[in-house]
Structure formats: C-alpha cells, structure tokens
Design a protein. Structure first.
Length: 177
C-alpha cells in the first residue's frame, strides 16, 4: 500500500464521517461533524495499521496466527461502547439512537475506507445519507410515526438544558423537589 493510497483512504473516511455528522450538527446534537469525522478517521487508521502490520508480520513467515479481522472486532466493541454512551433515557423516552447508529456507520465507513473497499464505502455512505435525510422527510407523513419533530426537539432541549444534571437528580426515585 503506497503512502498516497493511505492518504486517500484516510481522506475518504474523514469526509464520509463528516458528511454523516453534518445532519447531527445541523440539528444541534452534540455528536456532530467533528465527532463523526474522528470516528471515521480513527477506524480507518486502525484498519490500515492492522493491514500493514499483517503484511510485515506475514512476510517473514514466522507467525501463522495473524488475523487482521480481530482488529475490526475490537473496533466494533469500542464503537459500541461509544454509541451506547450517546444514548440516554429522559422523561420516558430514549434519545440519541440515531446519533448512536450514525456513529456506528461512521466507524464502518472508516473500516471500509481503511481496508480499501471503496464500493462498499460509497454505497454505505449514499444509503446512510439517504436514511438520515430523505427517510426523515418521509417519516413526517406517517401518522403517529417517529417523523414528529418532537423527538428531535426533546433531544435538543435535554442536551441544551443548563440544569440537566440537577433535573435528572431530582427525577431519581425518593427525591423530592
């Protein structure tokens, strides 16, 4: 893999992550352009590193137990942890599920870009962008659907509230206002 190839893969991962994060950023949600770009970049960098390490270690023939897919498995676990941290429960509703799924896709784009799977990267990015833009518009016309902007407004209100921690503490069982 040439240095130019590495830079192209990293640039694709960053741009794909940032495009996904743009939707979240425009809605005022904390996991925005930078977060998604960093998730894509880090996933690509780790994937490229694993592939390069595989080439180096397998060239000397000393190790038969080299598996770069373990790196992808580790990335999946790490991104699952980050995405789970983005999800929270407030006022009887679950918030940030779309942001968590978006972060997961940014990681997958980074892995695909890092592995040089450009068709997978492009198709996944296109489908992801369609899901977070076009499908959201269609959901507005579904009766009792999630297209009601209340879900996103509630997510924004909870995140931008100055007394969010105090309010959540008051909502704990046994606490009185």
């Amino acid at each position: 893999m040439s240095d130019i190839d590495i830079v192209i893969r990293l640039a694709l991962a960053v741009s794909g992550g940032m495009l996904l994060g743009l939707d979240r950023e425009l809605r005022g949600i904390s996991a925005g352009i930078r977060t998604h770009g960093l998730v894509g970049l880090s996933s690509a960098a780790i994937t490229i590193s694993a592939l390069l390490l595989y080439v180096v270690l397998s060239s000397d023939g000393s190790s038969n137990n080299i598996d770069p897919l373990r790196v992808v498995q580790g990335l999946a676990q790490a991104i699952g942890f980050i995405a789970a941290g983005a999800i929270f429960f407030a006022r009887g509703d679950v918030h940030n599920l779309t942001s968590a799924a978006n972060l997961w896709l940014a990681a997958a784009l980074g892995i695909a870009a890092g592995a040089g799977q450009f068709v997978l990267f492009g198709a996944s990015l296109i489908f992801g962008l369609l899901l977070i833009t076009v499908v959201r518009l269609v959901e507005r016309f579904i009766p009792n659907g999630k297209g009601d902007p209340q879900g996103e407004k509630a997510e924004e209100n909870v995140q931008s509230s100055d007394d969010g921690v105090g309010r959540r503490a008051r909502e704990l069982p046994g606490q009185q206002e």
